[in-house]
Design a protein around this ligand. Structure first.
Ligand code: C2E
Ligand code: CA
Ligand code: CA
Ligand code: CA
Length: 279
């Protein structure tokens, strides 16, 4: 093999060049979508086991460009985070979610939609005006703060847990609710988690899928875990439920909320509302 030498101009492959170009292109698309306030949002209905109906939904941001077609969140969210564009993106998503809640109340008074979840990125929690701006958007739309749930992952606590706790407490005190997202993946610092007022703990789909396998031996453990969260005042939601076997297992563990393709896929506002209203 060739040694790295000064007469070797670039070891970049064509693929790497293309990947970097695509990243810059997506950052540009994010910038112009923010300028136009043009994000599309899909809503995935959330099913309550005790009430046997949909009670909530999660807002999931969608990005499409004429040139690149639909760009998956797994690709554009990290770019939005790296560029800091996630901050403006999230405020726009939150504003649209508040308007969705309001129109659901006005146009479908019989729809049992209690709250809608919005994903917040860990990097937003370095912004000291996060609570102020978030509350201002909710207030400006004239909806109850308890209609909004903010979803964060454990990574939110990696740096400056004290500052992050203060921001979360400030929003929680006025009624905004919090979900611990993707529980069971990544690192877990239980003392940090137990210190925060999580209204809902969302079991990651990897746990749900693993747990529904025939030879899974951790069902007692999961049952106790769910009971412990309940005792702490958190409802437990299972993500990624795709099969009846997974649903049955999740119910046997004592989870009270289910979000998964078995019940409903993310869909645009009017379709999601029709599903939630049972029409
Ligand atoms: P997440 O917050 O864990 O959202 C749930 C993801 O699981 C969604 O993927 C949803 O479509 C998918 N899902 C739901 N039920 C099922 C199921 O039964 N089976 C399978 N296989 N998947 C299911 P999506 O929409 O592609 O979003 C991926 C991730 O992108 C989200 O994961 C979230 O971390 C991030 N994301 C999406 N929208 C936003 C946003 O507005 N802000 C931020 N910060 N992140 C977002
Ligand atoms: Ca989420
Ligand atoms: Ca999740
Ligand atoms: Ca996630």
């Amino acid at each position: 093999s060739k040694r790295l030498g000064s007469n070797e101009p670039c070891r970049c492959t064509e693929d790497m060049v293309q990947a970097i170009k695509r990243k810059h292109r997506i950052a540009d698309i994010l910038r112009s979508t923010i300028a136009e306030d043009g994000f599309q949002i899909h809503y995935q209905p959330i099913w309550s086991i005790p009430r046997q109906r949909f009670v909530a939904a999660e807002a999931l941001c969608r990005l499409t460009s004429t040139e690149l077609g639909p760009i998956p969140p797994a690709e554009f969210i990290p770019i939005a985070e790296e560029t800091g564009l996630i901050v403006d993106m999230t405020y726009q998503v939150l504003d649209k979610v508040c308007k969705f809640v309001k129109s659901a109340r006005d146009e479908h008074p019989d729809a049992p939609l209690e709250s809608v979840s919005v994903n917040f990125s860990a990097i937003q929690f370095v912004q000291s005006d996060l609570a102020e701006r978030t509350l201002a958007i909710v207030k400006a739309n004239g909806i109850e703060p308890s209609s909004i749930k903010i979803e964060v992952t454990e990574s939110v606590l990696i740096s400056n847990p004290d500052t992050v706790k203060q921001l979360i407490m400030a929003m929680h005190e006025v009624g905004i609710q919090f979900c611990l997202d993707d529980f069971g993946t990544g690192y877990s610092n239980l003392s940090n988690i137990l210190d925060l007022p999580f209204d809902v703990v969302k079991l990651d789909k990897s746990i749900v899928w693993m747990a529904s396998e025939r030879d899974f031996e951790g069902s007692d453990f999961l049952g106790h875990l769910v009971a412990s969260f309940k005792a702490m005042g958190s409802a437990v939601l299972a993500e990624g439920v795709e099969t009846q076997a997974q649903r049955a297992f999740i119910e046997s563990c004592g989870c009270s909320l289910i979000q998964g393709f078995l019940y409903a896929k993310p869909s645009p506002q009017s379709e999601a509302l029709a599903i939630i209203a049972g029409k």
